[in-house]
Write a protein that binds this ligand. Structure first.
Ligand SMILES: Nc1ncnc2c1ncn2[C@@H]1O[C@H](COP(=O)(O)OP(=O)(O)OP(=O)(O)O)[C@@H](O)[C@H]1O
Length: 215
């Protein structure tokens, strides 16, 4: 269970807080969706959740444990918007083994199977894959780290309808084992599989009970 208690973020360079007193509870193996327009603070929110930025005040807890930024870096698996721009390996195997050179072939195959890429050659280049396959590969890279929390920034952005649907089905399946927190400006594809939904507006988080109840 993930808890955010009054998380605020006000960097010195900003005249006003970018995030203000965010409160949120997300149960394990649920998918939480944070919806906001451009500039609402979505990426900043994910950076704090992934331990890449430190909140100015407030607490993040997993079960009863208060998490530091270092804990969050360990526990969270962040998939960037357009993760394909961050691939470094020249093959799928290299990409999956980055930072884990000791990883067994079985574990690599298991991760690819989890995201539906098991039929691809481990020697293929990540850059040869389709947009949807690249997003799956980015997810597999995070799954290998066995994070408690998967954090995704606009996971369906830039994909065509069929690839978006395949990715939504995959995210829905991943809920069986992982807790997911997703930020997006366009919730239409993801709302049907969301368990919780919040709107982030000018740095403030509002709970959308009604939206989920209608789906
Ligand atoms: N370190 C910082 N110092 C000052 N201002 C910042 C800092 N980081 C973000 N901001 C500002 O905070 C606001 C929220 O930015 P953020 O990138 O989190 O929004 P977003 O919802 O992800 O937008 P988009 O969907 O366009 O990526 C923006 O106005 C941005 O300029």
């Amino acid at each position: 269970m993930l808890y955010l208690n009054n998380i605020s973020y006000h960097p010195p360079a900003s005249p006003r807080p970018i995030l203000q007193n965010l409160n949120l509870v997300l149960e394990s193996q649920q998918l939480g969706l944070v919806v906001g327009v451009s500039g609402a603070g979505k990426t900043t929110f994910l950076e704090i959740m992934a331990g890449l930025a430190e909140s100015t005040s407030g607490q993040i807890l997993w079960r009863e444990q208060i998490l530091t930024s270092a804990d969050l870096q360990q526990l969270g698996g962040l998939v960037f918007q357009f993760p394909e721009r961050h691939f470094c390996g020249s093959t799928l195997l290299e990409e999956l083994r980055l930072g884990h050179p000791e990883l067994s072939s079985d574990r690599v195959t298991e991760a690819l199977t989890e995201v539906g890429l098991e039929t691809l050659s481990l020697q293929a280049s990540p850059h040869e894959l389709s947009g949807g396959q690249q997003r799956r590969l980015a997810l597999a890279v995070q799954l290998i780290r066995q994070p408690y929390l998967l954090l995704l920034d606009e996971p369906t952005a830039g994909l065509d309808w069929s690839m978006r649907q395949q990715l939504v089905n995959l995210l829905s399946r991943l809920k069986a084992h992982w807790t997911l927190l997703i930020v997006t400006h366009d919730p239409s594809d993801l709302l049907p599989i969301a368990d919780r939904c919040w709107t982030l507006e000018k740095g403030q988080l509002m709970d959308n009970h009604g939206v989920i109840a209608k789906t």
